[in-house]
Design a protein around this ligand. Structure first.
Ligand code: GLY
Length: 355
């Protein structure tokens, strides 16, 4: 079993990675079981695939375990669903000692984490990510949140889990779109932090079915654990993890979360952000071409024509727009990123032509 520490003093925790680890959860969680209630938060399909088995295994090992489900997709991140889940927890007799097990992808993790951060002023939770994207990114680092109609993740908290359990066996049920979405975030880690990893990914994506997911997951988890350990509250270098996200979030808003997956939107966003980096004379042309080639290798959906003014106005809704200035992540070179406040509308609009 691989194990990486997110080093945050009294909030430190481990990311455990092993195929089949879901079957070891009763023993891995036993030190936290003091007879309190455990709630699996998941979705219907995931409960059928994995959740009911997990619940039975936990009950057989002496855990008092129930579950609640969230709807599929971004709809789960609404205030209404948050309210419904909290009400269900009250009806199930949950209290301040209750522990949450978040079984699902990024959406389930974000909502479960936010419920954990706020239920009775905060209870323990654990992440059990089931998608490639959540294994390499969203389950680590404690970013939790829900949406309101003005935008994504506008209500939330940074609230760390007590552990992250990554079981690569969950990946066998993923659709190609989900895998590609995860690859978008994997490419991000190489582009911003690790040139050697970027070069490996460029080779691996030539044959996606043979992609060495375990190796890539381990590298991403280690990189993410290091960044979160240095900048838990996103006041500095953690910001570079948003490479491709400013334009990516705007594309998600424009096309709808169900049409364009998060990692796919990030892949398009990285293409534009790479171009911006080149235009600002940070990334050289050769390296921009290498980045573009890699992103264009992914089987991404074809985007409908985009009105650049509309996309710009969506970008300005982003949380990274602070005091009228956009904090935009650019590449100095492959493997090194920085935050720039010098990105003007003209360059952004020019970059949209790549979409
Ligand atoms: N997904 C970006 C972060 O955790 O900071």
């Amino acid at each position: 079993m691989k194990k990486y520490k997110v080093n945050l003093r009294d909030r430190s925790y481990y990311i455990y990675i092993e195929p089949g680890i879901k079957n070891s959860l009763p023993s891995l969680l036993s030190e936290y079981n003091n007879g309190q209630k455990w709630i699996i938060i998941s979705q219907y399909k995931l409960m059928e695939l994995f959740g009911y088995d997990l619940k039975s295994n936990l009950i057989s090992s002496g855990f008092d375990c129930s579950y609640i489900t969230l709807p599929n997709g971004e709809a789960a991140k609404s205030i209404n669903e948050y309210n419904r889940a909290i009400s269900q927890m009250i009806d199930l007799g949950c209290d301040r000692k209750t522990c949450i097990l978040s079984l699902g992808g990024g959406v389930v993790g974000d909502v479960s984490g936010f419920i954990a951060s706020s239920f009775m002023r905060g209870i323990k939770y654990f992440q059990i990510p089931t998608t490639l994207l959540s294994m390499v990114d969203s389950s680590i680092g404690g970013k939790t949140g829900i949406n309101i109609d003005r935008g994504k993740n506008l209500i939330g908290a940074i609230y760390q889990p007590k552990g992250v359990f990554i079981d690569q066996n969950f990946l066998v049920t993923l659709s190609q779109e989900e895998v590609v979405s995860g690859l978008g975030e994997i490419i991000k880690y190489g582009a911003i932090l690790d040139k050697e990893f970027f070069e490996k990914i460029s080779l691996w994506v030539q044959d996606i079915p043979a992609f060495p997911f375990s190796e890539a997951i381990e590298i991403c988890c280690k990189l993410k654990a290091d960044i979160v350990s240095k900048d838990e509250f996103d006041n500095g270098m953690r910001g570079i993890l948003n490479f491709g996200h400013t334009i990516g979030h705007a594309l998600e808003l424009k096309f709808g979360f169900n049409k364009l997956r998060h990692g796919e939107a990030v892949a398009f966003g990285m293409l534009c952000a790479g171009y911006v980096s080149f235009k600002l004379k940070k990334l050289d042309e050769k390296q921009f071409n290498v980045l573009e080639k890699l992103i264009r290798t992914l089987p991404l959906p074809k985007l409908k024509k985009i009105n650049s003014e509309e996309l710009l106005s969506l970008i300005k809704r982003d949380k990274k727009f602070v005091k009228g200035k956009l904090k935009f992540i650019i590449l100095n070179k492959i493997g090194e990123a920085t935050i720039s406040q010098n990105v003007d509308n003209l360059i952004l609009k020019e970059s949209f032509k790549l979409l």
